[in-house]
Write a protein that binds this ligand. Structure first.
Ligand code: TYC
Length: 120
């Protein structure tokens, strides 16, 4: 028996053709809206040790921001404790998190990066 994949929206129900009392066959069209994939925001968290310059470079490199935009995001994180670097489908967001954590680890910085669903 086919089962629903928990990561995918359920299949729309199949509506079987039915025959009206007069004999006409009725094919029912149901408009099932498939939800767009959930989007995830990638955030970086502030800490007291990672150099500001390193954070700016990481934001430029992995999130495609120019120097001015990356500096603004870094300062927001520095002041507010966290900030959004980009919004992506789930698997791409997870890859971005891995890339940032690996770069930070290699450079010996405790920079933290997380992803979370965007509530629409
Ligand atoms: N607070 C850090 C400092 O003063 C800079 C920093 C910014 C660190 C953003 C992490 O995600 C971060 N050097």
């Amino acid at each position: 028996m086919a089962t629903n994949n928990p990561n995918q929206p359920p299949e729309p129900p199949i509506v079987p053709p039915r025959r009206e009392s007069g004999g006409a066959v009725v094919l029912e069209r149901r408009t099932e809206r498939v939800k767009p994939p959930s989007m995830y925001q990638v955030l970086m968290l502030n800490d007291d040790y990672t150099p500001m310059e390193f954070v700016v470079v990481v934001i430029q490199e992995f999130f495609g921001k120019d120097l001015a935009a990356a500096t603004q995001i870094m300062l927001k994180i520095h002041l507010d404790g966290r900030g959004v670097c980009g919004v992506y489908p789930k698997d791409i967001a997870a890859t971005k998190v891995d890339q940032v954590l690996e770069a930070a680890h290699k450079a010996g910085h405790p920079l933290k990066c997380i992803s979370e669903p965007v509530d629409l």
